[in-house]
Write a protein that binds this ligand. Structure first.
Ligand SMILES: C[S@@+](CC[C@H](N)C(=O)[O-])C[C@H]1O[C@@H](n2cnc3c(N)ncnc32)[C@H](O)[C@@H]1O
Length: 227
């Protein structure tokens, strides 16, 4: 499917997919949205009581923006992260080479780290930084098998429920719930009622919290003792 770089309101790039009439991020700002939804509402929630190594699962690696922002946090906070990212439709090198994130997100040797994140082998853990390893997998969330009690944090960043309804289902959320550790945190930009109810049916304790610019709310789920 044809992909085209666009500039969002905060000056950061995103990708427009013509065939789906869908953008990878909010037009109000890709970096702004990723920081708000995944770093502030997700990563920082967990790092209040961080385990030695935080295991993260991302649904939809895409531009690598969430991984790059997480790497920045990891370096700033001295936490260790193992990051598993699912992506059945990787973007081409000619596109990711142009993404302006290394210029916008302050990180020593950011260009080099962003290149490594995209250029590394798929299907196995690769060290990007001494405190950050990534395993990118070409499998999609519906068909992939996940180990039980493995992840502390899940970034659910699939295309919107209207565009990819098959990814926002109870069986998918049940699979993710099982793969998460007790106390694990799940975040997504969607605030749809049907998504919230499916997450609750899967076992999550779900709250609606303020969304990024242009979106009133988003969802956060916790796998708790009493959930
Ligand atoms: C909204 S975009 C976000 C991507 C990424 N997190 C970013 O910040 O660029 C959704 C991503 O999910 C990927 N995707 C599509 N089908 C998927 C599936 N079955 N499992 C996991 N990811 C999928 C798409 O290719 C796309 O990269």
């Amino acid at each position: 499917m044809q992909k085209q770089l666009i500039i969002t309101e905060d000056g950061s790039h995103s990708i427009f997919v013509k065939g789906l009439d869908e953008v990878y991020h909010s037009r109000f700002g890709a970096v702004n949205e990723s920081r708000h939804v995944f770093i502030e509402a997700g990563f920082k929630q967990l790092t209040a009581k961080p385990p030695n190594c935080i295991n993260i699962l991302e649904i939809g690696f895409g531009t690598g923006l969430n991984a790059f922002l997480t790497l920045q946090q990891c370096i700033e906070t001295e936490l260790h992260v193992d990051y598993v990212a699912l992506e059945p439709f990787p973007i081409e090198k000619k596109i990711w080479r142009q993404l302006n994130y290394p210029g916008l997100i302050e990180l020593p040797e950011g260009d080099k780290l962003f290149f490594k994140l995209h250029n590394c082998k798929w299907g196995k853990f690769v060290e990007i930084h001494r405190r950050f390893r990534v395993q990118k997998d070409l499998s999609g969330i519906v068909e992939t098998e996940l180990e039980s009690d493995c992840f502390d944090l899940v970034y659910f960043d699939a295309f919107a429920p209207e565009v990819a309804p098959e990814l926002w289902t109870l069986p998918v959320f049940q699979k993710i719930f099982k793969a998460m550790k007790e106390g694990g945190v799940f975040v997504t930009y969607s605030a749809k009622g049907a998504v919230r109810r499916a997450l609750q049916s899967a076992g999550f304790k779900v709250e609606r919290i303020p969304g990024p610019k242009g979106k009133r709310e988003m969802l956060r789920g916790v796998k708790g003792n009493d959930s």
